[in-house]
Design a protein around this ligand. Structure first.
Ligand SMILES: Nc1nc2c(ncn2[C@@H]2O[C@H](COP(=O)(O)OP(=O)(O)OP(=O)(O)O)[C@@H](O)[C@H]2O)c(=O)[nH]1
Ligand SMILES: [Mg+2]
Length: 408
């Protein structure tokens, strides 16, 4: 059926060629048939897409199971390292089953039986204590999210939700090219996005796309200040993020490329601060990079900017204002202080007031006149927040693009 329709469109029978039809009636019937076929094709494509989406979703189950397996193996491995015992003796056998299976099965998916063991083990107080100290070892962010829902995930009819897909950790290797259209003021604008991996081994590949980009979306994990790199356990993750940001900002190949800085994982930052895990351990260690954290007070406009961008609810302006007022009472002041302070640090790097790597070439005053850096407080797994941020970015990117080609 598809071929027929394609051939029909390709042959131009939908056109106005009067010689093609013997009579008006024949033309009318042909047009009607065309309409029906077009409708059938649309429906067929819709169904195919639905099927594809379903298959894509089902395909994610394997990745999610891998996340669960990786998480529990890492936590159980850390029990000994942190000298923590399991609460229930009966769980020791479960632990051995999992570790043994993990070592023999490599990357294979977990069996349902093992998932049942994991579900019980995850509730053990010893495992929970070990999880609460996960900043002392390398655990993926989605560990708790998936371990909390093992019961649901091991059901035969389980289908990952959008949130499950967003939470699933799949490391990026190589460069992934994604193209899509968005509508701006009613006109479709084509976007071409290159997704690159952030790990050290991946960064040397970035240069391949430097030439063709108009803007860089730089995602920094601002909650990572008490963690070290997976690749180098002596290096603080947040310090590394700041250093890469500086290198990108000062890179001579990116002199005309603007940066949209996403200060990401605000939800994780909020949770850490709520648990009393302040950024001060890092700021005390590197006072030349992080001066005066203890005495820092965000201005009221900075507070409002944070609350508006991070906590702005859906709805009209009036609701928003009221809601901001009530929300600000709920938001931990230390969260606002830390988020705004971190923004200051990034902006100091932008202005050259903080220099992390003095060996990076000295640059003249007008070096940055053809590009800028805009910042956003984000939580990439919160679709509302990211939708708002991306709406702002879209307009910015289009403007930068037009500026770059001298159109505005
Ligand atoms: N809670 C929370 N989790 C996040 C947020 N952003 C990303 N994650 C989680 O962090 C993990 C890593 O996210 P990725 O998008 O794979 O990170 P990445 O920067 O692409 O990592 P690479 O591919 O190694 O460069 C995933 O499990 C995500 O769900 C966030 O704002 N909040
Ligand atoms: Mg990635």
């Amino acid at each position: 059926m598809t071929e027929e329709i394609m051939a029909c469109y390709g042959g131009g029978c939908y056109g106005n060629d009067p010689l093609y039809f013997d009579s008006q009636e024949e033309e009318r019937l042909a047009r009607m048939r065309n309409k029906q076929l077009t409708k059938a094709l649309k429906e067929y494509r819709h169904q195919e897409l639905k099927k594809l989406k379903l298959l894509e979703r089902q395909g994610k189950i394997l990745d999610i199971r891998r996340n669960i397996k990786q998480s529990i193996v890492v936590i159980l491995g850390a029990l000994e390292q942190l000298a923590i015992s399991l609460e229930h003796e009966s769980n020791v056998k479960r632990m051995h089953n999992i570790l043994q299976e993990a070592s023999s099965q490599g990357d294979a998916a977990l069996t349902d039986e093992l998932l049942a063991d994991i579900e019980v083990l995850w509730r053990d107080a010893g495992v929970q204590e070990c999880y609460s100290r996960s900043y002392e070892y390398q655990l993926i962010d989605s560990a708790k999210y998936f371990l909390d829902k093992v019961e649901e995930i091991r059901r035969p009819d389980y289908l990952p939700s959008d949130q499950d897909i967003l939470r699933c950790r799949v490391l990026t290797t190589g460069i992934h090219h994604i193209e899509f259209d968005v509508h701006d003021a009613g006109h479709p604008v084509s976007f071409s996005v290159f997704d690159v991996g952030g790990q050290r081994g991946e960064r040397r590949k970035w240069i391949q796309v430097f030439d063709s980009v108009v803007a860089i979306l730089f995602l920094a994990d601002v909650s990572s200040y008490e963690q070290t790199l997976r690749e180098d356990q002596t290096k603080n993750r947040f310090m590394e993020a700041l250093e890469i940001f500086e290198q990108v900002w000062k890179n001579r190949f990116l002199k005309n490329v603007s940066i949209l800085l996403f200060m990401n994982k605000m939800d994780v930052l909020a949770e850490k601060i709520q648990r009393g895990r302040s950024i001060s351990a890092l700021t005390d260690k590197y006072p030349e990079v992080f001066p005066n954290y203890e005495k820092f007070i965000p201005s009221s406009s900075e507070k409002i900017e944070f609350l508006d961008s991070y906590y702005k609810p859906e709805g009209d302006g009036r609701k928003r204002r009221n809601s901001r007022g009530s929300k600000s009472a709920d938001v931990n002041p230390d969260l606002i202080k830390t988020a705004v302070y971190v923004k200051h640090i990034f902006m100091k790097i932008v202005k050259g007031e903080v220099v992390l790597n003095p060996t990076v070439q000295k640059i003249s005053k007008d070096w940055h006149q053809n590009h800028s850096c805009e910042y956003f407080y984000t939580c990439a797994v919160d679709t509302n927040n990211i939708q708002r941020v991306l709406d702002g970015c879209r307009t910015l990117i289009i403007r930068k693009h037009l500026e770059r080609f001298g159109i505005i």
